[in-house]
Design a protein around this ligand. Structure first.
Ligand SMILES: [Mg+2]
Length: 325
């Protein structure tokens, strides 16, 4: 069984990780997945609220209490987490990141009537049903955060396989619903950040290697100019809010609380910030009160997928694996 194999994700391509490195990577990969779900569950309560409305109702919103416009149970998650898990399942079943397998998984996910679904996701999955083409038409308008919010399983499955493999895999999964250059750039930067944190890089190195090049190529992402409150579903605003919260704080809790209290698309900013902060700080940094509140089935799936995806990554890029097998 896939879950039961020993983790062997190389810290560098071509080098076998030591047991200590493997266990640190598994810890941080698991924390990234649980952080994604926790940020989603926390942020969903205040999605579409302004910072002022949040202050009036909660003071500081920092407890997983459910509610919000989706009327969630405490600990229930939304599309950010459930689409990530659907994608992770497809990657594990296929043994690689595959656009058609992702499209089928997302289509099955949509048929199961999720609590929430983005407009771009719905539209392009309906197009997929008609055309059978798992790559949506390119569109400058499809720059929502729907592909970026579910990038984590791709980051874990391609850990240690180099940036080209990562970028190709990001585009394959992203283009199922968001065929857009800004969405692609955000997905690649986020996945690179997760990988670098999981491999033990410092926050300064992670920013230099991922966030700085993102802004250099696409200056619209510049997150240093003004505070991004009330971020919309536009991937640029989402990334700006997340990076500001990540780089301005020094704990998992502070990072996630910072970003969700900015309101707007708070479940998605919470999910992405939780993913990055989990990868940065590891499992011990996640508040126990939040872990206890998270839906148990979701938490178990996050843990199992994180380990299984790391195990898959250690086998190397898919073409080599096919030749080797
Ligand atoms: Mg959501």
């Amino acid at each position: 069984m896939l879950w039961a194999r020993n983790l062997n994700a190389g810290a560098k391509p071509g080098r076998i990780a030591t047991p200590r490195e493997r266990s640190a990577m598994a810890d941080q990969a698991t924390a990234a997945f649980l952080g994604l779900a926790i940020g989603d569950a926390l942020g969903a309560t205040v999605e579409f609220m302004t910072p002022r409305e949040i202050r009036q109702e909660f003071g500081v919103h920092c407890e997983i209490v459910g509610g919000g416009w989706l009327r969630l149970k405490p600990g229930q998650v939304t599309d950010d987490t459930t689409m990530s898990l659907a994608l992770g399942e497809a990657i594990l079943a296929e043994g690689r990141v595959d656009a058609r397998a992702a499209a089928e998984a997302f289509d099955a996910w949509m048929r199961a009537k999720p609590v929430d679904i983005g407009n771009t996701v719905r539209r392009n999955l309906i197009t997929y049903r008609k055309t059978g083409n798992p790559e949506a038409p390119a569109s400058e308008h499809d720059a929502g955060n729907g592909a970026a919010m579910r990038i984590l399983p791709v980051a874990l499955a391609t850990l240690g396989q180099g940036r080209e493999v990562l970028a190709t895999a990001c585009r394959a999964q992203g283009h199922v619903t968001h065929h857009n250059i800004l969405s692609d750039a955000a997905c690649i930067a986020l996945a690179g950040m997760v990988q670098d944190f999981v491999r033990g890089k410092s926050v300064e190195d992670v920013e230099r290697a991922n966030a700085a090049p993102l802004v250099a190529v696409h200056p619209v992402f510049d997150y240093t100019v003004k505070p991004r409150d009330n971020p919309s579903g536009f991937v640029v605003e989402t990334i700006q809010a997340v990076l500001q919260a990540l780089f301005a704080t020094e704990t998992f809790e502070d990072c996630v609380v910072d970003v969700v209290n900015r309101g707007g698309d708070a479940d998605t900013t919470g999910a992405i910030a939780g993913m990055l902060a989990g990868a940065r700080y590891g499992l011990d940094a996640i508040p126990v009160r939040w872990l206890r509140r998270l839906d148990r089935g979701v938490a178990e799936s996050c843990r199992l997928q994180a380990e299984a995806l790391l195990t898959l990554s250690a086998k190397g890029p898919a073409p080599e694996r096919i030749r080797g097998d």
